[in-house]
Each structure stands twice: as C-alpha cells, then as structure tokens.
Design a protein around this ligand. Sequence first.
Ligand code: FEO
Length: 404
Amino acid sequence: MDLAIPIADNTYWIGVNDRHTDLFEGLWPLPRGVSYNSYFIKDEKTTVIDTVKNSRTNNYVDKIRSLIGREGKVDYLVINHMEPDHSGAIRVLRNIYPDMQIIANVKTLDFLKHFYEITENVRIVADGDEIDLGGRKLKFTLTPMVHWPETMMTYDTKTGVLFTGDAFGGFGSLNGGIFDDEVDVEYFEGEILRYFSNIVAKYSVMVQKAIKKVGGLDIKIIASTHGPVWRSNPQFIIDKYLKWSRQEAEEGVVIVFGSMYGNTERMMEATAKGLTGEDVSKIRIHDISRGHVSYIIRDIWKYKALVLGACTYNMKLFPPMEYLVNFLENDKLKNRVLGIIGTYGWSGGGVKRLKEFAEKVKWDLVEPVVEARCAPTEEDLDKCVKLGGNIVEALNKCNTCLSI
Ligand code: FEO
C-alpha cells in the first residue's frame, strides 16, 4: 500500500507493513508480519501522529509527500509512544521538517533525549491538554504503562478518532485492507490477544484505568499503532480489551507439557482423556519444546484452566517449562485453575518447582498432583484421568469464567 489512505475527514493512515522482521522486540514471532501505523491530519496545521520503525522510512516519507507535496511542511508531530517501532522515523522527519514541533508529555521528553538526543522544539502537554489545529482540536490523555511510562492517547474532537498507541493493536501486516470491515477480524483478534498477553498484560490495571479515562469520549474510530483501524465496530475491540485486562477467561483447558522420552507426554494424554470424558471440547495442548511460548501464553490468558506437566532435568524443572512459569509469575495473571503432573528419575525437582509456582501465583490447585518415577504406572495414569475429571468439576463450580 503505497498511498496514504483516508480514515476520516482529512485524516489519513500513512503506516507501513513490515514483512521482513522475524521477531518483534527480538522475542515474538511475526509469521505474517506487523504494521506500524502512523497517521496524518491535514488541517490549518498539519500533524503526524506517531511514526514508524526506522527500517521502513523511505516509503513512509513518500506517503507524507503525497499529501502535502515536496515543499509542504509538517507543523506538529504528536508522540503517543516512544518504543522505536513507532519513534524510529523521528530523526528523519526532523531532518526533512526542521521546524516541526514535537508534542509530547514530560516522560516522553526523557526518552526523546536518551534515544535520539532531541531536546529542542518540544511542546510538553499534560493530561487533558488540547492543541488547536484550526478546524479541530487534539486532546491528550495520559495512559502510563500502556505500554511504557510515557504512553498517551490522542483524541480528535472533530472526527472522533482516538489514536491509541499500542492499545487495541496486534501483530499481522495489513494485507490490502486496513479497516476492521476489510480484514479477517478473527485472525487479528488472536494476534491482538497474543500482543496483549505477552507485551501489555502485566500492566492490566493500567489498561483498565486508561479505558476508564477515555470512556467519556465519543469514540467513532480506534486508530492503534498496530493492526486494523476499527471504524465499523470500535466497541468490539474495546470490549475485548476490557475482558482481557479484567483477566476474565473462557471455559477451556490448556495443557502444556515438556517430555524428554514420552513418559510425561503419556500422563498428559491421560489427563486430556479425563477432560474429554467430561465433555470439555476446548482443549489446547502445547509441547513446551516446540512452537513459540507466546502462543502458549496467549492461550493461558484466554482459558480458565491450565495443566502443567514436566519432567525433571538435572534435579530441576525442565528448562523451557521453567521459562514459562517464570514468565507467568511475573505476569500477575490471577484466577486460574491449575493441575500439575510430572516425572523424575532419581531426585525429583520438576513437580516440586511447579508446586512452588502454584503457591506463588495463588491459583486454585486441583488434586491430585501426579508425580511418576521414570515412567507412569497404570495407577499414575488413572490418577491423571481423575485429575482431568476434577478440573472439569472445578470449572463447573467457577462462576467467573465466561461460557462461549
Ligand atoms: Fe508497538 Fe510498545 O510498541
């Protein structure tokens, strides 16, 4: 998409797709790329809202020139978020438009200085401040920690567009269409949840506060820095974000197992059998050694129950499982139902660590915890089936999870 795309009155999407980067933040796989959404408002004052990653600037500048010509000028650059996937073109714009004033909050200024050595011609705005572009005003709402301390949202009083930074955005490049009514919403919902659960979710309380703060605005369009522009049904993605940040879960069970020789895997199969025997159909099984952990974390955020099964490795928990439980301990996810299974050869260590994890996160631990030595006996496997049934019972008692 080479051209600027109108999204509202004299308001344009000037973002770019990135299908070259394999790992977002060097961590998260991008099997279908990602978009860096930037926006342009053409009023008496011309304004860019957020920029793009520095590797994608050529095409980006062409889009601005397509709107104002080679001699045109940009009056303002509003920075909602300083992470370099959005701030990467600031220096390029400053070079081309040296008089362009940067609109930022006081925390943004600190990042501007340390990332780009920019301290001049920056106008500091506070929560609720507005700037006048001539035919409209832009109103700023500080939304710290969604996703960094400086994050804010910008509302256009004329068009009702809310420029939200990372909030409501996700992975996946925009392949032709940029609006929610032009794209595969189901795909983007999954990728927005993967973005949320892995990157933003630990700040869920701040997400709740942010949504409350902008709740009084007449929001007609949600324009995030990633993923589709929500013009047909912005409430859809607001409601999803509300649900996820409240840590509400759907009925369903995620089973994550780590197995060296197939013995823990057999226990996992027996536990899954115990679940299906009780008519649970939403079961998501992940081999911790295969696939990327971000998809596992997404499913754990989505579903109410989790079974962790792991072997012991060098007297400790199987290393990739250790990575996962460590991530979850830091993620502050609450109100989940947990089952634990595992194996050991001589010393134990894997199940012990999983029990410590259960105590730390204070989830509802369902009995029995099943630990087999070397290979599970018939009795061990029967216990796993029983665990599956008990998890279903716990889910049935749960009144905080949503039926789907
Ligand atoms: Fe898309 Fe926090 O950057």
